[in-house]
Design a protein around this ligand. Structure first.
Ligand SMILES: O=C(O)c1cc(=O)[nH]c(=O)n1[C@@H]1O[C@H](COP(=O)(O)O)[C@@H](O)[C@H]1O
Length: 239
């Protein structure tokens, strides 16, 4: 079944990943490999997960000068992952370069990975935006502006909070992907996340995919937590 859920495999080793995935012996998941795992295990873990039939969001959040991003993306395109990302704050020329690299590196006959841009991290509050980052606009205006830049650069979508999805859909169209972390069950700790919604709220707001980590990966019974996610997404467990 193709669930719109991307499970963040934020683990320090491949062994931890394998132990976690033993809870899902018959499932092809959509998983996210981020910095913690990739910086330890490298391309090997990508090949392993692909070999197990999982779809992959390789979340390395590239943010550098256009030439560097282009060349890095050219190499990443060879892995055959489904989604990669950059920071929209790198600007339109950097985002265009990311796409050029992906197009150049994708083997002929293969599909280019989707490229999406992080707008504002879901750990960023409105207050932090103004006081610390000196961004003089509201969170919604800022996220919408970055989404527009990503769209103008030819990217396939953005990473944002589900709270911002309705505005982005209106401005950037229904086909533009909205991938939304900062998802928690109502009784979960928020941890370092600030712009948080429940799975049911994310669906109501129109998120294309939700990214969910600790609520599943740190659950006592990950398979049961994943089933709860499926039920909540469908609205079967909401008042
Ligand atoms: O790009 C991301 O995936 C990302 C962007 C963002 O704004 N916020 C965010 O939490 N993430 C990632 O989404 C995952 C969320 O994990 P949990 O907070 O454990 O559900 C982590 O792997 C983060 O690196």
């Amino acid at each position: 079944m193709n669930d719109p859920f991307i499970v963040a495999l934020d683990f320090p080793t491949g062994e931890d990943v394998k132990a976690f995935l033993r809870s899902f012996p018959h499932e092809s998941l959509f998983v996210k490999v981020g910095m913690e795992l990739y910086y330890q295990e490298g391309p090997e873990i990508i090949h392993y997960l692909k070999g197990q039939g999982h779809r992959i969001f390789l979340d390395l959040k590239l943010h550098d000068i256009p030439n560097t991003v282009k060349r890095a993306m050219k190499g990443l395109a060879r892995f055959g992952v489904d989604i990669v990302n950059v920071h929209a704050a790198g600007g339109t020329r950097m985002m265009e370069a990311a796409l050029e690299g992906l197009e150049a590196g994708t083997p002929s006959g293969a599909r280019r990975p989707y490229c999406i841009a992080v707008t504002q991290l879901t750990s960023t509050s409105e207050q932090m935006l103004h006081r610390e980052l000196w961004i003089d606009r509201t969170m919604e205006e800022t996220v919408l502006h970055y989404a527009t830049l990503a769209k103008q650069s030819g990217l396939d979508g953005v990473v944002c909070s589900a709270k911002e999805v309705p505005l982005i859909r209106k401005q950037c169209g229904e086909a533009f992907l909205t991938v939304t972390p900062g998802v928690r069950f109502a009784d979960d700790e928020k941890n370092d996340q600030v712009r948080v919604v429940t799975p049911y709220e994310a669906r109501k707001l129109g998120a294309s995919f939700i990214v969910i980590g600790r609520s599943i990966t740190r659950a006592e019974n990950p398979a049961a937590a994943y089933e709860r996610l499926r039920r909540e997404w469908k609205g079967e467990e909401n008042e």
